[in-house]
Design a protein around this ligand. Structure first.
Ligand code: PEP
Ligand code: MG
Length: 550
């Protein structure tokens, strides 16, 4: 048994095999092989396996993301059958008397370079595809089971780090826990883990060696420990704890259907954060009163090109219909910073967190913004949709946004397309928005405080940089004072204010938020019932009295 340490980002116990998630960019060694025909046979067999894998991926993708987005897997199958590619591999194996892995890697590099140097944009993009198929072939030739994308049964994902575009590709039903070497507390992998309610740890000193792939392991997400090849005693102890955790979850489920009301009658709305329509099952299971943050950018991250109005409309309509009249707050795309979609072709920036992201892209590229707004307004005819705008810093931005939204509504009216009543609110996630909240409140229907970015910009601490985790003080008085200020300014103008950043889920602050008068907390679905429990146990008046002199 070997124990590795990391930092916990979500508690819980997981027991299962390790699935090593590799990026596929591994060095390929050139080895002499006299028996060329044997190498060719290995290559042919790997090619067949690759075609079979791609066929399955295509079928899965069609179901999950539609035919257009799944098409890439068909393109890859065709590339594997390309005569020029095959001739090149066979020629290298025969003439250089080398291993198939090396011949594939060399062919892959040569073809990718050739595509990349072409004028035609479409052909240029094929460079990434040819690299992808070559990596797939190499990993099959090496006898690897591949990245987590090919996991067949539930497993503990061990990776260096995962970026949002990688996490969206993972089959969520097959993930028992996340264990990463890098990553930070507020990275989107951590957020995904919290949404799914699965144990996760970051900054783990685990070696990413092939030897651990498939090993049995236990993750103790509370302590931030992973036991690889656990001894019998540890396994038995952890199985018991897993059962206890399950029991706690069952007890919490008894709070379903109860109102979020304190002992002295103060109400709080408890909503869920989601990034995908697949999360809707968790939303219902955990009895959310609505959706307080749908991170719509994940629709863009899952796609290879700008999602069309109709593709988006179908998704928003599904959410609205599933939530059956409950409030659904959809945030317009928050691409940029750590959430990169290559087809946006954003320029390289020294400091992307402070760069071209979110509403700044929408106000610069109105066509993209309008497409999303049209889809949102159209979907509002099918449920209670609210729109929320991220990364606001000024009143002028909000005025411009509302003008564009009005234009969209006018166009829909002219086309006689139906839409419903839509509340429009903003995220308060920059210090500028906090300081302007008194004025901003007159232009919007609600505020939702994004404490992840607000903390990053207030404390000048990059949320992606794990080296700063020790300085990242989520309960910093500056942030808490800002929340209080935003809530007061919202109420003065007669609008409501909630929190949709990770801090909203921090149960050690639930009483404090109630005392501040926060109207809504939007959290990962799995955090709703634990917060409800605290709300039901709280007497806000008594809490205020006790803390009056502190
Ligand atoms: C936030 O910044 O607090 C937030 C909710 O948005 P995101 O984490 O997606 O940036
Ligand atoms: Mg944010």
């Amino acid at each position: 048994m070997t124990v590795y340490h990391g930092k916990s980002v979500f508690g819980g116990i997981a027991i299962g095999p390790i699935q090593l998630y590799t990026k596929g960019e591994q060095e390929v060694k050139r080895e002499k092989r006299e028996d060329s025909e044997a190498e060719i046979k290995r290559y042919e067999e790997a090619k067949e396996t690759a075609v079979e894998q791609l066929r399955k991926l295509y079928e899965k993708a069609v179901k999950e993301v539609g035919e257009t987005n799944a098409a890439v897997f068909e393109v890859h199958q065709m590339m594997l059958a390309d005569d020029d590619y095959i001739d090149s591999v066979l020629n290298i194996i025969r003439t250089q008397k080398v291993n198939a892995e090396y011949a594939v890697a060399l062919t892959g590099d040569n073809f990718a370079d050739m595509f990349a140097s072409m004028e035609d944009e479409y052909m240029k993009e094929r460079a990434a595809d040819v690299r992808d198929i070559s990596e797939r072939l190499i990993s099959i030739l090496r006898g690897e089971t591949g990245g987590a994308k090919t996991a067949h049964s539930p497993a503990i994902i061990v990776a260096d780090d995962l970026v949002p575009s990688e996490t969206v590709q993972l089959d969520k039903d097959k993930i028992l826990a996340f264990v990463t070497v890098h990553g930070s507390t507020n990275s989107h992998t951590a957020i995904l883990a919290r949404t799914m309610g699965i144990p996760a740890m970051i900054g783990t000193n685990i070696p990413l060696a092939d030897a651990i792939h498939g090993e049995m392991a236990v993750v103790d997400g509370f302590a931030g420990l992973i036991y690889v090849d656990p001894d019998e005693e540890t396994l038995a102890k952890m199985k018991l704890r897993l059962e206890e955790e399950e029991e706690k979850k069952r007890l919490l489920q008894q709070l379903r259907g109860k109102e979020n009301i304190t002992k002295d009658g103060q109400k709080l709305r408890l909503y869920a954060n989601i990034g995908n329509i697949k999360d809707l099952a968790l939303v219902r299971k955990n009895d959310a009163g609505g959706i307080g943050l749908f991170r719509s950018e994940f629709i863009y991250l899952e796609a290879d090109d700008y999602p069309s109005e109709n593709e988006q409309f179908t998704i928003y309509r599904t959410v609205a219909e599933t939530m059956a009249g409950k409030r659904v707050i959809i945030r317009t795309l928050d691409i940029g910073a750590d959430k990169q979609a290559p087809y946006f072709q954003l320029p390289h920036e020294e400091n992307p967190a402070m760069g071209m992201r979110a509403i700044r892209i929408c106000l610069t590229r109105e066509d993209i913004f309008k497409t999303q707004l049209r889809a949102l307004f159209r979907a509002s005819a099918y449920g209670r949709i609210s729109i929320m705008y991220p990364m606001i810093i000024s009143v002028n931005e909000v005025i411009r946004i509302r003008e564009i939204a009005d234009e969209v509504k006018r166009e829909l009216q002219e086309e006689q397309v139906e839409y419903g009543e839509v509340e429009q609110g903003i995220m308060i996630e920059t210090p500028a928005a906090v300081m302007m909240s008194e004025e901003l409140a007159h232009y919007v229907d609600f505020f939702s405080i994004g404490t992840n970015d607000l903390t990053q910009y207030t404390l000048a601490i990059d949320r992606q940089n794990p080296a700063l985790d020790d300085f990242y003080e989520p309960h910093h008085p500056a942030v808490l004072k800002m929340i209080q200020m935003v809530v007061e300014n919202a109420h003065k103008a007669g609008i409501w204010a909630g929190i949709c950043g990770e801090l909203g889920a921090d149960t050690s602050l639930t009483k404090e938020f109630l005392a501040m008068g926060v109207d809504e907390l939007s959290v990962s679905p799995g955090r709703i019932l634990p917060i409800r429990k605290i709300v039901l146990e709280t007497d806000v008046g008594e809490y205020r009295r006790k803390n009056a002199n502190k």
